[in-house]
Design a protein around this ligand. Structure first.
Ligand SMILES: Nc1nc2c(ncn2[C@@H]2O[C@H](COP(=O)(O)OP(=O)(O)OP(=O)(O)O)[C@@H](O)[C@H]2O)c(=O)[nH]1
Ligand SMILES: [Mg+2]
Length: 461
């Protein structure tokens, strides 16, 4: 899907699908005022100054009133898209929304494709690609941190950082190209040590940005927390209590959970991706063994492991297994939670874990209510608080990929400069680095790339 026609006038419902108190329909394009006026019973919008709101009636093409509405007028270029725009706030019945859209289509507008308003904003120079993507991320943000990063991206913090880097690469390239132009005269304009320094500096910045993606992805998708332990330890009950919903099946039968069950929840303003797993034990059951295999994968991959111990069923044996497996796990945070504290005195066990295994955090909980899991929540909040405070953290897979391409090309430039290879080759790698970096903000772009990016946006944005 490639949007090549930018001359027509488009419209879409911008508010969430379904019924609401108010629905907003956005109309954007050169003829936005003229077309809406044919359906507008009120002061002509074509004469209205920009950024003014007007009460009137929206009608069908036969002149029958559909709804009383407020029309907000934005005149090009001072609108989101950079085009003439009307935002109709009408009552949010699904019937009204559809009737207004139908009337608009009958009067000559086209229904906007997903992301088409944002694509027009980009084409008209209102935002660059990272800012447009930041707007989509802002709409999708589910935690305070994801919201903060998306907002900073819409304000242009990331674009600014990239533009500075790109300018450095262009400076570097022009020095090398100058040297190439005069190579026959055996003149060396570019001091290779200076070039190398500039290259190392940019490479360091690009590598750090690419490196921030691991954290950025976690912020966007949630901190992965694997809840593991013996069958019947209470893992699924813990997941349900943490999420505040009855997501996983709970029963007294050991081996109830077969497959990993994931749910996201906000804890202390941070998003967590909780993974309830199949209980660890020796078994001949084929399906259960497959589930246990998945548990081991989650133990390897999760950044946080909560190992739940049932104090009523030989806890020392469970602790031995927990300590052995956790020792080999790469997770940053390893928590041993003694569960069912409402059923047993857990204080001696917790003290023992703290002294025998100071490398792990030990807590005692009961999953019967949210008060009982407070000691675990406190630990998870601390993990959320360690989140990046940097304004520029890469959260988008496309940006990460482009940064990796830039980094790889720059590494070739550095190696080339160090080994003193011909400027032609260095210049070629440098051009690649600059082009890859340029795709992030949209300084270098293709129709296919744009179509891929904007088609992922929601309708009406
Ligand atoms: N009293 C009490 N009972 C609990 C607690 N947590 C879980 N249980 C009970 O322990 C039993 C097993 O709970 P589950 O949550 O299904 O245990 P699980 O670890 O998911 O078990 P598998 O899926 O078989 O690995 C159920 O009867 C729960 O009601 C708790 O904190 N206190
Ligand atoms: Mg379970």
């Amino acid at each position: 899907m490639i949007f090549t026609d930018r001359t027509d006038t488009i419209a879409a419902v911008c508010t969430a699908p379904g019924m609401g108190a108010i629905a907003v329909i956005r109309i954007s394009g050169t003829d936005a005022f003229a077309i809406t006026d044919t359906l507008w019973r009120g002061k002509p919008l074509a004469d209205a100054p920009s950024h003014t709101a007007h009460l009137g009636f929206i009608t069908d093409t036969a002149g029958n009133d559909i709804d009383q509405a407020v029309a907000t007028v934005f005149r090009a270029p001072n609108s989101y898209t950079g085009e003439n725009t009307v935002e109709l706030s009408c009552h949010g019945s699904t019937y009204i929304q559809q009737a207004v859209l139908n009337a608009l289509v009958d009067s000559g507008v086209r229904i906007a494709l997903p992301g088409e308003f944002s694509q027009r904003a980009f084409a008209n120079g209102k935002v660059d690609l990272t800012q447009a993507e930041g707007i989509a991320d802002l709409i999708a943000s589910r935690s305070a941190e994801a919201h903060r990063l998306a907002l900073s991206q819409t304000k242009g913090a990331f674009s600014h950082e990239l533009d500075t880097l790109r300018q450095k690469l262009i400076d570097l390239a022009s020095l090398i190209e100058l040297e190439l132009d005069f190579s026959e005269e055996d003149v060396s304009f570019a001091d290779r040590t200076q070039l190398l320094e500039l290259c190392e500096y940019t490479l360091g910045k690009v590598t750090a940005l690419a490196g921030s993606y691991a954290q950025g992805r976690v912020i966007r998708d949630g901190y992965p927390v694997a809840i593991v332990g013996a069958p019947n330890a209470g893992k699924s009950t813990l997941l349900n209590t943490l999420v505040g919903d009855d997501i996983a099946i709970v029963s007294q039968i050991p081996g109830t959970t077969r497959d990993a069950i994931q749910a996201t929840t906000l804890i202390g303003g941070s998003l967590f991706r909780l993974i309830d797993t199949a209980g660890l034990r020796e078994t001949d059951d084929t399906v259960e063994r497959l589930g246990i295999g998945r548990t081991h994968r989650h133990i390897e991959q999760a950044s946080t492991i909560v190992w739940l111990i049932d104090p009523t069923d030989n806890p020392m044996r469970q602790l031995e297994e927990a300590a052995g497996t956790l020792a080999g796990a790469a997770a940053h945070h390893k928590i041993i939670a003694v569960g069912k504290r409402d059923l047993a005195d857990t204080s001696a066990l917790v003290s023992h874990i703290k002294s025998a295994h100071p490398e792990y955090t030990a807590v005692a909980i009961s999953s019967l209510d949210s008060d009982g899991i407070e000691p675990l929540l406190e630990q998870l909040r601390k993990i959320g608080d360690t989140a990046s405070t940097a304004d520029v953290t890469v959260t988008n897979a496309r940006h990460y990929q482009a940064l990796c391409e830039t980094r790889d090309a720059l590494e070739r430039v550095r190696d080339g400069l160090e080994s003193g290879i011909s400027g032609d080759f260095v210049a070629q790698d440098l051009r690649q680095a600059t082009a890859a970096l340029g795709t992030i903000t949209g300084a270098v772009t293709t129709d296919t790339l744009l179509a891929t990016i904007f088609s992922r946006f929601c309708v009406g944005k």
